[in-house]
Write a protein that binds this ligand. Structure first.
Ligand code: AMP
Length: 457
Protein backbone atom coordinates (compact mmCIF):
# COMPACT_ATOMS: atom_id res chain seq x y z
CA UNK A 1 0.00 0.00 0.00
CA UNK A 2 1.58 3.21 -1.12
CA UNK A 3 -0.34 5.91 0.73
CA UNK A 4 -3.24 6.58 3.07
CA UNK A 5 -5.20 8.11 0.18
CA UNK A 6 -5.53 4.68 -1.41
CA UNK A 7 -7.81 3.58 1.45
CA UNK A 8 -10.42 5.99 0.02
CA UNK A 9 -10.58 7.90 3.27
CA UNK A 10 -12.44 11.19 3.44
CA UNK A 11 -10.48 14.24 2.31
CA UNK A 12 -10.32 15.94 5.74
CA UNK A 13 -8.91 12.75 7.29
CA UNK A 14 -6.31 12.30 4.54
CA UNK A 15 -5.17 15.87 4.95
CA UNK A 16 -5.15 15.54 8.76
CA UNK A 17 -2.90 12.48 8.41
CA UNK A 18 -0.62 14.41 6.13
CA UNK A 19 -0.45 17.36 8.51
CA UNK A 20 0.34 14.99 11.38
CA UNK A 21 3.20 13.54 9.37
CA UNK A 22 1.71 10.16 8.53
CA UNK A 23 2.45 9.48 4.88
CA UNK A 24 3.03 5.78 4.36
CA UNK A 25 0.96 3.20 6.20
CA UNK A 26 2.87 0.63 8.22
CA UNK A 27 2.36 -3.09 7.36
CA UNK A 28 -0.15 -3.57 10.13
CA UNK A 29 -2.05 -0.47 9.01
CA UNK A 30 -2.14 -1.70 5.42
CA UNK A 31 -3.65 -4.98 6.54
CA UNK A 32 -6.03 -3.75 9.21
CA UNK A 33 -7.41 -0.44 7.92
CA UNK A 34 -9.33 -1.80 4.86
CA UNK A 35 -10.83 -4.59 6.93
CA UNK A 36 -11.75 -2.28 9.79
CA UNK A 37 -13.32 0.23 7.39
CA UNK A 38 -15.68 -2.53 6.24
CA UNK A 39 -16.95 -2.75 9.82
CA UNK A 40 -15.64 -6.27 10.37
CA UNK A 41 -14.48 -7.43 13.77
CA UNK A 42 -10.89 -8.56 13.92
CA UNK A 43 -8.04 -9.81 16.02
CA UNK A 44 -4.61 -8.43 15.33
CA UNK A 45 -1.32 -9.43 16.80
CA UNK A 46 0.77 -6.32 16.95
CA UNK A 47 3.56 -4.80 18.88
CA UNK A 48 3.90 -1.28 20.23
CA UNK A 49 5.75 0.61 17.57
CA UNK A 50 4.10 -1.20 14.68
CA UNK A 51 1.61 1.63 14.24
CA UNK A 52 -1.29 -0.39 15.66
CA UNK A 53 -2.90 2.57 17.42
CA UNK A 54 -3.50 4.33 14.13
CA UNK A 55 -4.49 1.02 12.53
CA UNK A 56 -7.66 1.26 14.61
CA UNK A 57 -7.90 5.04 15.14
CA UNK A 58 -7.99 5.87 11.43
CA UNK A 59 -10.97 3.59 10.61
CA UNK A 60 -12.73 4.72 13.79
CA UNK A 61 -12.35 8.37 12.81
CA UNK A 62 -13.46 7.61 9.26
CA UNK A 63 -16.59 5.84 10.45
CA UNK A 64 -17.55 8.41 13.08
CA UNK A 65 -20.31 10.75 11.98
CA UNK A 66 -19.45 14.03 13.70
CA UNK A 67 -22.95 15.31 12.95
CA UNK A 68 -24.44 12.76 15.32
CA UNK A 69 -24.05 13.95 18.90
CA UNK A 70 -23.57 10.52 20.42
CA UNK A 71 -20.89 8.12 21.54
CA UNK A 72 -19.79 5.96 18.62
CA UNK A 73 -16.53 4.26 19.64
CA UNK A 74 -14.81 3.09 22.83
CA UNK A 75 -11.14 2.17 23.14
CA UNK A 76 -10.16 0.23 26.28
CA UNK A 77 -6.53 0.14 27.42
CA UNK A 78 -4.98 -1.72 30.36
CA UNK A 79 -3.24 1.25 31.98
CA UNK A 80 -3.79 4.94 32.53
CA UNK A 81 -0.58 5.74 30.70
CA UNK A 82 -1.59 3.77 27.64
CA UNK A 83 -5.05 5.28 27.63
CA UNK A 84 -3.50 8.76 27.89
CA UNK A 85 -1.20 7.99 25.00
CA UNK A 86 -4.00 6.75 22.75
CA UNK A 87 -6.12 9.72 23.79
CA UNK A 88 -3.30 12.11 22.86
CA UNK A 89 -3.01 10.48 19.44
CA UNK A 90 -6.77 10.78 18.89
CA UNK A 91 -6.93 14.30 20.29
CA UNK A 92 -4.25 15.42 17.83
CA UNK A 93 -6.79 14.90 15.05
CA UNK A 94 -9.26 17.38 16.58
CA UNK A 95 -7.06 20.20 15.37
CA UNK A 96 -7.87 19.20 11.80
CA UNK A 97 -11.32 17.70 12.43
CA UNK A 98 -12.66 20.42 14.72
CA UNK A 99 -16.11 18.93 15.27
CA UNK A 100 -14.68 15.68 16.57
CA UNK A 101 -15.06 15.18 20.34
CA UNK A 102 -12.79 12.80 22.22
CA UNK A 103 -12.76 12.10 25.97
CA UNK A 104 -10.38 10.30 28.28
CA UNK A 105 -11.81 8.33 31.23
CA UNK A 106 -9.20 7.09 33.66
CA UNK A 107 -8.28 7.35 37.32
CA UNK A 108 -5.80 10.10 36.46
CA UNK A 109 -8.57 12.31 37.87
CA UNK A 110 -11.54 11.83 40.22
CA UNK A 111 -14.57 10.06 38.78
CA UNK A 112 -16.63 13.21 39.23
CA UNK A 113 -14.27 15.04 36.88
CA UNK A 114 -14.68 12.23 34.34
CA UNK A 115 -18.44 12.62 34.44
CA UNK A 116 -18.29 16.41 34.11
CA UNK A 117 -19.41 17.63 30.71
CA UNK A 118 -20.54 14.22 29.51
CA UNK A 119 -23.99 15.63 28.80
CA UNK A 120 -22.32 16.72 25.58
CA UNK A 121 -21.65 13.27 24.21
CA UNK A 122 -18.13 12.66 22.90
CA UNK A 123 -17.84 10.63 19.68
CA UNK A 124 -14.91 8.61 20.98
CA UNK A 125 -13.97 7.57 24.49
CA UNK A 126 -10.56 6.22 25.43
CA UNK A 127 -10.58 4.60 28.87
CA UNK A 128 -9.31 1.99 31.26
CA UNK A 129 -11.93 -0.76 31.75
CA UNK A 130 -12.57 -0.12 35.44
CA UNK A 131 -13.23 3.58 35.03
CA UNK A 132 -15.21 3.03 31.80
CA UNK A 133 -17.54 0.69 33.68
CA UNK A 134 -17.82 2.97 36.71
CA UNK A 135 -18.73 5.97 34.59
CA UNK A 136 -20.67 4.51 31.67
CA UNK A 137 -22.64 1.92 33.65
CA UNK A 138 -23.36 4.20 36.61
CA UNK A 139 -26.99 4.22 37.70
CA UNK A 140 -27.77 7.55 36.11
CA UNK A 141 -26.16 6.41 32.83
CA UNK A 142 -24.61 9.70 31.73
CA UNK A 143 -24.30 8.51 28.11
CA UNK A 144 -26.41 6.48 25.69
CA UNK A 145 -24.50 3.45 24.48
CA UNK A 146 -26.81 2.27 21.69
CA UNK A 147 -24.90 4.31 19.14
CA UNK A 148 -21.56 2.60 19.83
CA UNK A 149 -20.39 0.98 16.60
CA UNK A 150 -16.84 0.07 17.55
CA UNK A 151 -15.13 -1.33 20.62
CA UNK A 152 -11.35 -1.69 20.71
CA UNK A 153 -9.55 -3.87 23.23
CA UNK A 154 -5.97 -2.67 23.10
CA UNK A 155 -3.14 -4.78 24.57
CA UNK A 156 -5.67 -7.56 25.19
CA UNK A 157 -3.16 -9.96 26.73
CA UNK A 158 -2.47 -7.37 29.39
CA UNK A 159 -6.19 -6.77 29.90
CA UNK A 160 -6.52 -10.47 30.66
CA UNK A 161 -3.45 -10.55 32.83
CA UNK A 162 -4.62 -7.64 34.92
CA UNK A 163 -8.04 -9.25 35.40
CA UNK A 164 -10.03 -6.60 33.53
CA UNK A 165 -12.33 -8.95 31.68
CA UNK A 166 -15.15 -8.81 34.23
CA UNK A 167 -15.46 -5.07 33.67
CA UNK A 168 -15.16 -5.50 29.92
CA UNK A 169 -17.85 -8.21 29.91
CA UNK A 170 -20.23 -5.95 31.81
CA UNK A 171 -19.66 -3.13 29.37
CA UNK A 172 -19.84 -5.36 26.31
CA UNK A 173 -23.22 -6.71 27.41
CA UNK A 174 -24.72 -3.22 27.16
CA UNK A 175 -23.42 -2.48 23.65
CA UNK A 176 -25.42 -3.14 20.47
CA UNK A 177 -25.10 -6.70 19.17
CA UNK A 178 -23.74 -5.47 15.87
CA UNK A 179 -20.79 -3.71 17.50
CA UNK A 180 -17.51 -4.09 15.66
CA UNK A 181 -14.87 -5.42 18.07
CA UNK A 182 -11.21 -4.95 17.28
CA UNK A 183 -8.73 -6.74 19.47
CA UNK A 184 -5.04 -5.88 19.49
CA UNK A 185 -2.55 -7.92 21.40
CA UNK A 186 1.19 -8.36 21.49
CA UNK A 187 0.91 -12.06 22.19
CA UNK A 188 -1.83 -14.37 21.00
CA UNK A 189 -1.66 -17.68 22.75
CA UNK A 190 -4.40 -20.28 22.61
CA UNK A 191 -5.76 -19.30 26.04
CA UNK A 192 -6.20 -15.71 24.95
CA UNK A 193 -7.81 -16.71 21.65
CA UNK A 194 -10.36 -18.73 23.58
CA UNK A 195 -10.92 -15.85 25.91
CA UNK A 196 -11.68 -13.60 22.98
CA UNK A 197 -14.13 -15.92 21.27
CA UNK A 198 -17.13 -14.28 22.90
CA UNK A 199 -16.22 -10.88 21.49
CA UNK A 200 -14.97 -11.71 18.07
CA UNK A 201 -15.26 -14.85 16.00
CA UNK A 202 -11.69 -14.23 14.86
CA UNK A 203 -12.57 -14.62 11.19
CA UNK A 204 -9.90 -12.08 10.50
CA UNK A 205 -6.73 -12.74 12.31
CA UNK A 206 -3.63 -10.81 11.47
CA UNK A 207 -0.59 -12.41 12.95
CA UNK A 208 2.01 -9.69 13.03
CA UNK A 209 5.54 -10.01 11.89
CA UNK A 210 7.40 -12.66 13.87
CA UNK A 211 9.28 -10.69 16.52
CA UNK A 212 11.57 -13.62 17.11
CA UNK A 213 13.13 -12.99 13.75
CA UNK A 214 12.56 -9.23 13.44
CA UNK A 215 15.61 -8.25 11.52
CA UNK A 216 15.94 -4.79 13.03
CA UNK A 217 16.88 -6.07 16.49
CA UNK A 218 20.16 -7.83 17.18
CA UNK A 219 19.99 -10.21 20.15
CA UNK A 220 22.92 -10.76 22.52
CA UNK A 221 23.58 -12.79 25.62
CA UNK A 222 25.91 -11.31 28.20
CA UNK A 223 27.52 -13.74 30.63
CA UNK A 224 28.00 -11.67 33.81
CA UNK A 225 30.01 -14.50 35.39
CA UNK A 226 30.77 -13.86 39.08
CA UNK A 227 30.06 -10.11 38.85
CA UNK A 228 26.67 -9.08 40.28
CA UNK A 229 24.05 -7.99 37.74
CA UNK A 230 24.04 -4.36 38.86
CA UNK A 231 27.81 -4.05 38.80
CA UNK A 232 27.78 -5.71 35.37
CA UNK A 233 25.14 -3.22 34.24
CA UNK A 234 27.25 -0.30 35.40
CA UNK A 235 30.28 -1.58 33.48
CA UNK A 236 28.13 -2.32 30.46
CA UNK A 237 26.68 1.20 30.43
CA UNK A 238 30.16 2.71 30.70
CA UNK A 239 31.48 0.52 27.90
CA UNK A 240 28.53 1.04 25.57
CA UNK A 241 27.22 4.55 26.35
CA UNK A 242 23.75 3.79 24.96
CA UNK A 243 21.63 6.57 23.53
CA UNK A 244 18.59 5.30 25.42
CA UNK A 245 18.57 1.99 27.27
CA UNK A 246 15.49 0.35 28.79
CA UNK A 247 16.63 -1.85 31.66
CA UNK A 248 14.02 -4.49 32.44
CA UNK A 249 13.61 -6.47 35.65
CA UNK A 250 10.63 -8.72 36.28
CA UNK A 251 10.10 -7.66 39.89
CA UNK A 252 9.40 -4.08 40.86
CA UNK A 253 11.67 -4.40 43.92
CA UNK A 254 14.52 -5.24 41.54
CA UNK A 255 13.64 -2.26 39.38
CA UNK A 256 13.85 -0.01 42.44
CA UNK A 257 17.12 -1.58 43.57
CA UNK A 258 18.76 -1.20 40.16
CA UNK A 259 17.58 2.40 39.93
CA UNK A 260 19.04 3.29 43.35
CA UNK A 261 22.29 1.56 42.52
CA UNK A 262 22.67 3.45 39.26
CA UNK A 263 21.82 6.78 40.90
CA UNK A 264 24.38 6.12 43.65
CA UNK A 265 26.93 5.55 40.91
CA UNK A 266 26.17 8.74 39.07
CA UNK A 267 24.05 7.40 36.19
CA UNK A 268 21.17 9.61 35.01
CA UNK A 269 18.34 7.11 35.21
CA UNK A 270 14.55 7.21 35.37
CA UNK A 271 12.58 4.85 37.60
CA UNK A 272 9.36 3.53 36.07
CA UNK A 273 7.44 0.83 37.90
CA UNK A 274 4.21 0.01 39.68
CA UNK A 275 5.69 1.39 42.91
CA UNK A 276 5.07 4.92 41.69
CA UNK A 277 1.85 6.82 42.21
CA UNK A 278 0.03 8.53 39.33
CA UNK A 279 1.82 11.84 39.67
CA UNK A 280 5.24 10.18 39.83
CA UNK A 281 4.46 8.03 36.82
CA UNK A 282 3.41 11.03 34.78
CA UNK A 283 6.60 12.79 35.79
CA UNK A 284 8.63 9.69 34.84
CA UNK A 285 7.03 9.59 31.39
CA UNK A 286 7.80 13.27 30.88
CA UNK A 287 11.40 12.63 31.90
CA UNK A 288 11.71 9.65 29.56
CA UNK A 289 10.27 11.55 26.64
CA UNK A 290 12.55 14.54 27.27
CA UNK A 291 15.43 12.41 25.92
CA UNK A 292 17.72 13.72 28.65
CA UNK A 293 18.06 10.44 30.50
CA UNK A 294 19.99 7.62 28.85
CA UNK A 295 18.68 4.87 31.14
CA UNK A 296 15.17 3.84 32.16
CA UNK A 297 14.77 1.14 34.83
CA UNK A 298 11.40 -0.49 34.29
CA UNK A 299 9.19 -3.51 34.82
CA UNK A 300 7.32 -5.37 32.08
CA UNK A 301 3.81 -4.33 32.87
CA UNK A 302 4.50 -0.66 33.14
CA UNK A 303 6.64 -0.42 30.09
CA UNK A 304 4.18 -2.29 27.89
CA UNK A 305 2.71 -0.18 25.19
CA UNK A 306 4.28 3.09 26.26
CA UNK A 307 5.52 4.75 23.13
CA UNK A 308 9.15 5.61 23.72
CA UNK A 309 11.04 6.63 20.65
CA UNK A 310 14.68 6.02 19.85
CA UNK A 311 15.39 3.17 22.24
CA UNK A 312 18.85 2.02 21.23
CA UNK A 313 19.32 -0.81 23.76
CA UNK A 314 17.01 -3.08 25.69
CA UNK A 315 18.59 -4.84 28.64
CA UNK A 316 16.95 -7.79 30.35
CA UNK A 317 18.57 -8.11 33.77
CA UNK A 318 16.50 -11.27 34.13
CA UNK A 319 14.21 -13.20 31.84
CA UNK A 320 10.45 -12.77 32.23
CA UNK A 321 8.56 -15.82 33.54
CA UNK A 322 6.65 -15.95 30.25
CA UNK A 323 9.46 -16.06 27.70
CA UNK A 324 7.23 -14.57 25.00
CA UNK A 325 7.54 -11.29 26.92
CA UNK A 326 11.20 -11.30 26.05
CA UNK A 327 10.37 -10.55 22.41
CA UNK A 328 8.10 -7.83 23.58
CA UNK A 329 10.93 -6.23 25.51
CA UNK A 330 13.35 -6.64 22.63
CA UNK A 331 10.85 -5.18 20.16
CA UNK A 332 11.04 -1.85 21.99
CA UNK A 333 14.39 -1.29 20.34
CA UNK A 334 13.38 -1.99 16.76
CA UNK A 335 10.46 0.32 16.26
CA UNK A 336 9.44 1.50 12.83
CA UNK A 337 12.31 -0.17 11.09
CA UNK A 338 14.97 1.38 13.34
CA UNK A 339 17.76 -0.87 14.44
CA UNK A 340 18.45 -1.73 18.04
CA UNK A 341 20.15 -4.18 20.35
CA UNK A 342 18.66 -6.43 22.97
CA UNK A 343 20.92 -7.77 25.73
CA UNK A 344 20.13 -10.60 28.10
CA UNK A 345 22.29 -10.65 31.24
CA UNK A 346 22.65 -14.08 32.80
CA UNK A 347 24.75 -15.86 35.40
CA UNK A 348 25.62 -19.49 36.06
CA UNK A 349 22.30 -20.09 37.85
CA UNK A 350 20.30 -18.91 34.87
CA UNK A 351 21.82 -20.87 32.02
CA UNK A 352 18.91 -23.28 31.66
CA UNK A 353 16.33 -20.49 31.14
CA UNK A 354 18.71 -18.72 28.80
CA UNK A 355 19.10 -21.97 26.87
CA UNK A 356 15.31 -22.29 26.57
CA UNK A 357 15.22 -18.86 24.99
CA UNK A 358 18.05 -19.78 22.70
CA UNK A 359 16.27 -22.97 21.64
CA UNK A 360 13.34 -20.92 20.31
CA UNK A 361 15.35 -20.15 17.23
CA UNK A 362 16.27 -16.47 17.57
CA UNK A 363 19.91 -15.98 16.62
CA UNK A 364 21.92 -14.66 19.57
CA UNK A 365 25.56 -13.81 19.78
CA UNK A 366 27.55 -13.97 22.99
CA UNK A 367 29.33 -11.32 24.98
CA UNK A 368 31.26 -11.05 28.22
CA UNK A 369 32.77 -8.20 30.23
CA UNK A 370 36.53 -8.28 30.36
CA UNK A 371 37.33 -5.67 33.01
CA UNK A 372 35.63 -2.56 31.72
CA UNK A 373 35.41 -3.82 28.14
CA UNK A 374 32.49 -5.46 26.44
CA UNK A 375 33.82 -8.23 24.21
CA UNK A 376 32.20 -10.69 21.88
CA UNK A 377 33.07 -14.29 22.71
CA UNK A 378 32.97 -17.29 20.43
CA UNK A 379 31.99 -19.82 23.03
CA UNK A 380 29.68 -19.41 25.99
CA UNK A 381 28.14 -21.70 28.59
CA UNK A 382 25.00 -21.53 26.43
CA UNK A 383 26.39 -22.92 23.24
CA UNK A 384 28.64 -25.55 24.79
CA UNK A 385 27.31 -28.99 24.04
CA UNK A 386 27.78 -31.79 26.53
CA UNK A 387 31.09 -33.55 25.99
CA UNK A 388 30.75 -36.93 24.28
CA UNK A 389 30.17 -39.64 26.77
CA UNK A 390 33.19 -41.44 25.46
CA UNK A 391 35.96 -38.99 24.64
CA UNK A 392 37.74 -39.84 21.43
CA UNK A 393 41.09 -41.49 22.08
CA UNK A 394 44.07 -41.88 19.83
CA UNK A 395 44.93 -45.18 18.14
CA UNK A 396 48.06 -45.35 20.26
CA UNK A 397 46.09 -45.02 23.50
CA UNK A 398 43.52 -47.61 22.35
CA UNK A 399 46.33 -50.04 21.61
CA UNK A 400 47.94 -49.53 25.04
CA UNK A 401 44.57 -50.06 26.73
CA UNK A 402 44.13 -53.39 24.87
CA UNK A 403 47.61 -54.45 25.95
CA UNK A 404 46.86 -53.54 29.58
CA UNK A 405 43.64 -55.54 29.40
CA UNK A 406 45.40 -58.54 27.85
CA UNK A 407 48.09 -58.52 30.54
CA UNK A 408 45.53 -58.67 33.33
CA UNK A 409 43.55 -61.46 31.65
CA UNK A 410 43.55 -64.81 33.40
CA UNK A 411 41.94 -68.10 32.48
CA UNK A 412 40.48 -68.53 35.93
CA UNK A 413 38.43 -65.76 37.37
CA UNK A 414 40.40 -64.84 40.48
CA UNK A 415 39.19 -62.51 43.29
CA UNK A 416 39.97 -58.85 42.55
CA UNK A 417 40.47 -59.56 38.85
CA UNK A 418 38.11 -56.83 37.66
CA UNK A 419 39.60 -54.18 39.96
CA UNK A 420 43.08 -55.10 38.82
CA UNK A 421 42.08 -54.76 35.20
CA UNK A 422 40.40 -51.41 35.81
CA UNK A 423 43.46 -50.10 37.62
CA UNK A 424 45.73 -51.08 34.70
CA UNK A 425 43.44 -49.36 32.17
CA UNK A 426 43.22 -46.22 34.35
CA UNK A 427 47.01 -46.13 34.57
CA UNK A 428 47.26 -46.02 30.77
CA UNK A 429 44.53 -43.40 30.50
CA UNK A 430 46.22 -41.26 33.18
CA UNK A 431 49.47 -41.37 31.25
CA UNK A 432 47.77 -40.10 28.09
CA UNK A 433 45.80 -37.43 30.01
CA UNK A 434 49.02 -36.04 31.51
CA UNK A 435 50.59 -36.08 28.09
CA UNK A 436 47.65 -34.12 26.61
CA UNK A 437 47.78 -31.52 29.40
CA UNK A 438 51.54 -31.06 28.95
CA UNK A 439 51.04 -30.54 25.22
CA UNK A 440 48.33 -27.97 25.85
CA UNK A 441 50.53 -26.03 28.28
CA UNK A 442 53.41 -26.12 25.81
CA UNK A 443 51.16 -24.85 22.99
CA UNK A 444 49.85 -22.00 25.18
CA UNK A 445 53.42 -21.08 26.20
CA UNK A 446 54.50 -21.02 22.55
CA UNK A 447 51.53 -18.81 21.73
CA UNK A 448 52.36 -16.40 24.58
CA UNK A 449 55.99 -16.20 23.49
CA UNK A 450 54.94 -15.52 19.91
CA UNK A 451 52.59 -12.74 21.08
CA UNK A 452 55.31 -11.15 23.24
CA UNK A 453 57.81 -11.33 20.39
CA UNK A 454 55.31 -9.63 18.07
CA UNK A 455 54.82 -6.81 20.61
CA UNK A 456 58.57 -6.24 20.94
CA UNK A 457 58.93 -5.78 17.18
P1 AMP B 1 2.08 2.22 18.10
O1 AMP B 1 2.40 2.27 19.58
O2 AMP B 1 2.37 0.88 17.51
O3 AMP B 1 0.71 2.68 17.82
O4 AMP B 1 3.08 3.19 17.37
C1 AMP B 1 2.92 4.49 17.58
C2 AMP B 1 4.06 5.29 17.01
O5 AMP B 1 4.18 5.12 15.62
C3 AMP B 1 3.72 6.73 17.25
O6 AMP B 1 4.90 7.42 17.54
C4 AMP B 1 3.12 7.14 15.94
O7 AMP B 1 3.20 8.53 15.79
C5 AMP B 1 3.93 6.36 14.94
N1 AMP B 1 3.22 6.03 13.69
C6 AMP B 1 2.04 5.39 13.56
N2 AMP B 1 1.72 5.23 12.28
C7 AMP B 1 2.72 5.77 11.55
C8 AMP B 1 2.98 5.91 10.15
N3 AMP B 1 2.15 5.43 9.23
N4 AMP B 1 4.10 6.51 9.77
C9 AMP B 1 4.98 6.97 10.71
N5 AMP B 1 4.80 6.87 12.04
C10 AMP B 1 3.67 6.29 12.47
Amino acid sequence: MASFASFHLSKPLVSALKSLGYVTPSPVQSRVIPKALSGASLVCQSETGSGKTHAYLIPILERIDVNLPRLQAIVLCPSRELARQVYDFAFAFTRYLPRLKVRLLTSEVEKSQNVEGLSQAPHLIVATPGRAKDVLLAEDRPLELHGVRTLVLDEADMLVELGYFEDIDALYATLPESVQTMVFSATLNQGLKQHLERYVDSRFLYEGEDFKTASTVAHHFLDVKHVGKQEALLRFLKARSPYLALVFSSKKEDVARTYSFLKENGVDAVHFSGNLDTRERRKAIRMIKSNRFPVVCCSDLLARGIDIEDVSDVISLDLPSDLSYYYHRAGRAGRFGKTGDSWVFYNADETSRAKSLLSQGTPFDHYALKGSELVMVASSPLNKTRPDFKPKISEEEARDISIAKARTKTDQVKPGYKAKRKKAVEKVKGKYRRKAIKEKIRAQRDKDYAAKAKKKK
